[in-house]
Design a protein around this ligand. Structure first.
Ligand SMILES: [Zn+2]
Length: 151
């Protein structure tokens, strides 16, 4: 960690604090050379990759956005928020393992679907209808049938 003021490589940590959700650690540091103080933020599991969307656009991966999508699918379903966190954690873990810096939204959608399958059928169908963007009522029906065969 270089001092942002004088680029000296040695700093000492004078205070360290976790955010309320425990995911970000804020460190107060002091440069050993110029004694100026600055903060660093360390995020656990920082995911830094690009999502390739169906229409060809690219955007930075955004955990909150993914969470929102899953929450929508699970609206009024008997599944608590903790489970949503777990699903997102698991999906992120799988994406990290692949080690690509670019991933398609379809791929992310499929990982989520894998998780929703068996957890909540209604949520699965809701999510599938968004992510697979069924072209017709027919293909939606097919998916619903596939699901009832599996369970
Ligand atoms: Zn300095």
């Amino acid at each position: 960690m270089l001092c942002p003021f004088c680029s000296h490589p040695e700093t000492k940590v004078i205070d360290s604090r976790e955010s309320s959700d425990g995911k970000v650690i804020r460190r107060r540091r002091e440069c050993l050379k110029c004694q100026k103080r600055f903060s660093t933020y360390e995020q656990l599991e920082l995911l830094n990759f690009t999502v390739l969307k169906k229409d060809g656009r690219k955007e930075d991966y955004n955990r909150e956005k993914l969470e929102t999508g899953i929450k929508k699918a699970l609206e009024k379903r008997p599944v608590d928020d903790k489970k949503i966190d777990e699903i997102v954690d698991e999906v992120e873990f799988r994406l990290q393992q692949k080690g690509n810096c670019e991933v398609s939204s379809k791929e992310i959608g499929n990982l989520v679907l894998e998780k929703l399958k068996g957890l909540d059928d209604v949520a699965y169908l809701r999510f599938a209808s968004v992510y697979k963007s069924f072209g017709s009522a027919d293909s939606f029906k097919k998916e619903a049938e596939k699901l009832s065969h599996n369970s």
